[in-house]
Design a protein around this ligand. Structure first.
Ligand code: GRF
Length: 191
């Protein structure tokens, strides 16, 4: 299975996935040409591509280029890890059922939030991490796996726990994909 990881910024999840699945992670894409994830990719010798939405006439044209890129690399699975754009119809049509995302709350709580860690912490609700398929909605696709994260009064401590949970959960899900256990989109929930 050939995997592309999409990230807009830091890319710590990309790093973990790339180190654990060096034979599968074939490409990293960023929608920001100066994203730190691209430096990580260079250090790990993973092929990297970057272009920005503003360089295209519209989102459909941007996504058409993305689909072509993924086809060039013969990508089977697109793993979103901190990719801060909504997946539009052009991209979805090309890769339906082959795009997954990680979200730092227990969905459906704080779906669509770009600040889900802070918001779930403030509400002391939905504390955890979810990996799900991407569909037409925002964070609404079928849930593959979830894990709870223990609350900590201190936000920085809670945030660290969330990221540790991500670094454990995402590889576990990828492993299940590689083993053919999630091919049909069946969900395995854990709390
Ligand atoms: C993660 O918390 C992920 O859940 C969210 O964005 C963050 C990405 O972090 N969608 P990184 O770029 O992998 O360090």
């Amino acid at each position: 299975m050939r995997i592309a990881v999409f990230a807009s910024g830091n890319g710590s999840n990309f790093q973990v996935l790339s180190e654990q699945f060096p034979n599968n992670v074939k490409l990293v894409f960023s929608d920001h040409r100066d994203a730190f994830v691209l430096q990580r990719a260079e250090a790990l010798e993973v092929a990297q591509k970057s272009f920005e939405l503003k360089e295209f006439a519209n989102k459909a044209a941007y996504e058409t280029k993305l689909v072509e890129l993924l086809q060039d690399y013969e990508i089977d699975l697109v793993v979103l890890a901190g990719y801060m754009k909504i997946i539009g119809p052009t991209f979805l049509a090309g890769f339906k059922g082959q795009i997954i995302n990680i979200h730092p709350s227990l969905l459906p709580d704080f779906a669509g939030s770009a600040h889900a860690i802070e918001e779930s912490h403030a509400a002391n609700r939905g504390l955890g991490v979810t990996v799900h398929f991407v569909d037409e909605g925002v964070d609404t696709g079928k849930i593959i796996a979830q894990v709870s994260v223990e609350f900590a009064e201190n936000l920085a401590i809670y945030e660290k726990r969330v990221h540790e949970a991500e670094y454990e959960l995402y590889p576990r899900v990828i492993k299940a994909f590689l083993a053919g256990e999630i091919a049909d989109g069946c969900s395995v929930r854990e709390k």
